[in-house]
Design a binder for this molecule. Structure first.
Ligand SMILES: CC(C)(COP(=O)(O)OP(=O)(O)OC[C@H]1O[C@@H](n2cnc3c(N)ncnc32)[C@H](O)[C@@H]1OP(=O)(O)O)[C@@H](O)C(=O)NCCC(=O)NCCS
Length: 235
């Protein structure tokens, strides 16, 4: 199992792992009853194994931060379904995402975090989806592009929106066309200002293998060491 620690500079610990589905049976004992029940509901063995492997990956990352055994991690779920640590004053927050055999985990020691990863693939319905969910400027940006360029641009915007939505943890209660994630001139570190409905955050591209795109969204409390973060995360 290969874990690449992408960044660990106080602000955000980003880990990427190729999911190895040959999970040793001893490790499966680290999962809690809820995870085991979910694992049992997968129809295909391959998906079940992937789920188990990425949940173990998350547990290992969190256990390192909390100084506990991976099996000792307890989760709870917010009213909108965001998983969080079942601790009073949890010292870290986390977010996780996967696409195929690649999983990413982000852990921050302050504030909130959201992460999303996507495999770059042809998105023939990119414009249709964008017209439904994206801002007018985002749609216009995509209209200028075609083919692979449009698919990649769409998926980049998608990971940015999804990362922010996952930071918020409120599912679709915030319309996706309520915030623009185009950025200025392609510059990274996109700032989303706070409104009455949602907090401020910044969006950063993560350096992932070719053919993948990932974005991490950081809340303001997680940005106190921004210069270090800029070094650690590819722009
Ligand atoms: C629930 C949702 C966040 C999952 O995203 P996904 O792309 O299907 O899957 P990912 O692998 O990226 O993320 C899954 C992880 O998100 C986390 N998650 C689930 N619900 C969440 C919520 N409400 N808030 C934050 N994180 C959540 C979990 O850790 C989950 O891991 P698990 O499957 O091991 O439990 C997503 O489907 C969602 O709500 N999207 C709404 C917004 C949307 O449609 N965006 C489209 C972008 S344009």
């Amino acid at each position: 199992m290969e874990t690449l620690t992408l960044a660990k500079r106080g602000a955000v610990d980003l880990r990427l792992e190729w999911i190895d589905t040959a999970v040793p049976p001893t490790e499966i004992g680290s999962l809690d009853p809820g995870e085991r029940a979910r694992a049992a509901r997968f129809r295909f063995e391959r998906d079940r194994r992937r789920f188990v492997a990425r949940r173990l990956f998350l547990r290992r990352a969190l256990a390192e931060h909390l100084g506990v055994d991976p099996a000792g991690i307890r989760y709870r779920t917010s009213t909108h379904g965001k998983p969080e640590l079942d601790l009073v004053d949890a010292p870290v927050a986390f977010s996780t995402s996967h696409t195929g055999d690649l999983a990413i985990v982000a852990v921050v020691a302050g504030g909130e975090v959201g992460v999303d990863i996507e495999r770059i693939r042809p998105m023939r319905d990119a414009l249709d989806i964008a017209r439904k969910f994206f801002t007018a400027d985002e749609v216009e940006h995509l209209q200028w592009l075609s083919g692979a360029g449009r698919s990649t641009a769409f998926l980049r915007l998608w990971t940015r929106k999804e990362a922010y939505v996952k930071l918020l943890g409120r599912g679709l209660s915030i319309p996706l066309d309520d915030f623009d994630v185009l950025g200025v001139g392609g510059v990274d570190g996109i700032e989303l200002g706070c409104t009455a409905e949602r907090p401020a955050a910044s969006l950063w591209s993560v350096d992932v293998p070719d053919d993948y795109l990932a974005t991490v969204a950081l809340g303001t409390a997680a940005r106190t060491v921004e210069p270090a973060l800029q070094l650690a995360i590819a722009s």
